[in-house]
Design a protein around this ligand. Structure first.
Ligand SMILES: *[C@@H]1O[C@H](CO)[C@@H](O)[C@H](O)[C@H]1NC(C)=O
Ligand SMILES: *[C@@H]1O[C@H](CO)[C@@H](O)[C@H](O)[C@H]1NC(C)=O
Ligand SMILES: *[C@@H]1O[C@H](CO)[C@@H](O)[C@H](O)[C@H]1NC(C)=O
Length: 436
């Protein structure tokens, strides 16, 4: 009798506790969506964080920028489109009293259209993505007014990796920087320093197209942590339709691709609790870690290629023959490889499917976000009639402190770190032909 009372009490209590989580009125919704994190969720602001050193002036800027928010590719778009029907199941389970979602979340979900422009324009830069790029350009201009106010021809280089969304990202950045009228170099389908992996045979064969790189992230999908998450989602939605990993992944994509910095949140995200989102985020971290990061040794070598370009560019600038600004536009893959080449955000213990360390350094939601960027600024300093140089690093508009003291490298430190960076593709062994 007593036992019965306790269980009845507990189940009533548990129901009301569960239904307390509403997404629509969460003051600060979790918006770390691995490589689909909006730039505004994780950026700093170069206007506030620019390091001003007395007796120094910036003379050259070099940067690598990931494209802004873009639409899903065609295959993913189809999977996402198919999953939209799950919304009907959720709404009717709510009406039957079987779902513990909140009334307002259900209403927002019900009112969502099913007609998403992003499905028709695979891989295109979204409006929000263009805006992200333009805003970065604007802020850089404000942070470095003397250097960037007037960009004569020959004083700059802007070049995207191949692809329409890369080109548009470069245009957005340049428009923010200079209201257009600057030339953007043509992308090449051949080897280029901002995406050397696309033509790198060994990388394409042994890493990119090798299913084994997903071993750890697949293992994670079998852990009790992941299975509990899956079960939690299924019970919250209260639907009879048994959700597969693919279904959950498609719903997660609907959440993160429709989440907008402007309107703040997507009703699709109401299907997940913060804990669920953290679990899904880790599955993404594992993929990036093995495909582009510390999980494979070729990644660091590929990441060194643009860094050797940075070194050469600043050497020229130091000799008075450099550019005011160089910026390349590329994929998350390159950003991940860059961090790896610089030995940044490296955990002491390898990331594996067996354990999600909440304090890990490798977090794609901070590192491989839409619009992610790393900039280096070369300063010329005149102290006691002596000219000296230093290099300041910024990641997503904040000083990149782990690289040198407070993010500021003396020229000697810079030279020591960067002069040995690999600039060739010998490790690729053979050339792979992309884009056919
Ligand atoms: C759920 O996933 C399975 C494959 O795991 C797929 O066949 C099915 O179409 C998906 N359902 C929806 C509604 O997308
Ligand atoms: C709601 O849950 C009850 C009890 O588990 C079940 O019998 C019923 O079929 C469910 N209804 C729907 C629409 O899922
Ligand atoms: C710097 O140079 C100026 C002019 O050449 C000279 O007058 C001054 O004493 C020098 N200052 C120092 C600290 O050497």
């Amino acid at each position: 009798m007593k036992f019965l009372f306790v269980t009845v009490f507990l189940s009533v209590y548990a129901r009301s506790v569960i239904s307390l989580f509403c997404y629509w009125n969460t003051g600060c919704p979790y918006n770390y969506f691995s490589s689909r994190t909006p730039y505004n969720a994780a950026r700093g602001d170069i206007r506030d964080s620019v390091i001003k050193l007395t007796d120094c002036e910036p003379i050259s800027i070099w940067g690598l920028v990931r494209h802004g928010k873009r639409n899903p590719g065609a295959e993913l778009a189809l999977t996402m489109k198919n999953a939209i029907v799950i919304r009907e199941y959720v709404v009717s389970s709510y009406e039957n009293g079987n779902s513990s979602l909140c009334a307002q979340d259900i209403e927002n979900l019900r009112e969502l259209g099913a007609d998403y422009g992003m499905f028709e324009n695979a891989y295109q830069l979204s409006e929000e993505g263009y805006q992200e790029m333009m805003d970065i350009g604007k802020r850089f201009k404000q942070a470095f007014p003397k250097l960037l106010n007037k960009l004569e021809s020959q004083s700059y280089t802007f070049r995207p990796a191949f692809g329409n969304w890369m080109q548009k990202s470069a245009e957005g950045f340049v428009n923010g920087l200079a209201n257009g009228n600057l030339d953007i170099e043509k992308a090449t389908t051949d080897f280029d320093i901002m995406d050397p992996y696309t033509t790198c045979g060994k990388y394409q064969r042994d890493v990119k197209k090798n299913p084994e790189i997903y071993l750890e992230s697949n293992k994670y999908l079998e852990t009790t942590e992941f299975l509990a998450t899956k079960d939690r989602i299924q019970r919250r939605l209260g639907i009879d339709y048994p959700l597969t990993n693919e279904n959950i992944s498609a719903l997660y994509d609907l959440c993160r691709y429709t989440w907008s910095s402007k309107d703040k949140m997507s009703p699709w995200c109401a299907l997940f609790t913060t804990e669920d989102l953290k679990v899904l985020e880790y599955a993404g971290d594992l993929k990036h870690y093995y495909r582009n990061g510390y999980g494979n040794s070729i990644n660091a070598l590929l990441g060194q290629i643009p860094l050797s370009d940075l070194f050469k560019s600043f050497q020229l600038a130091k000799d008075g023959k450099g550019k005011k600004i160089i910026a390349y536009f590329t994929h998350a893959t390159m950003m991940d490889m860059l961090y790896t080449a610089l030995n940044l955000f490296k955990d002491d213990v390898e990331l594996t499917g067996a354990l999600r360390n909440p304090d890990r350094k490798w977090r794609t939601s901070k590192l491989s976000i839409f619009g992610a960027n790393m900039f280096a600024v070369l300063n010329r300093c005149n102290r006691e009639n002596k000219t000296d140089y230093n290099v300041v690093f910024y990641l997503n508009e904040e000083p990149l402190k782990p690289i040198c003291e407070q993010g500021v490298c003396t020229w000697e430190e810079f030279e020591n770190k960067f002069k040995t960076m690999n600039s060739n593709t010998d490790m690729c062994q053979f050339k792979s032909v992309p884009y056919i």
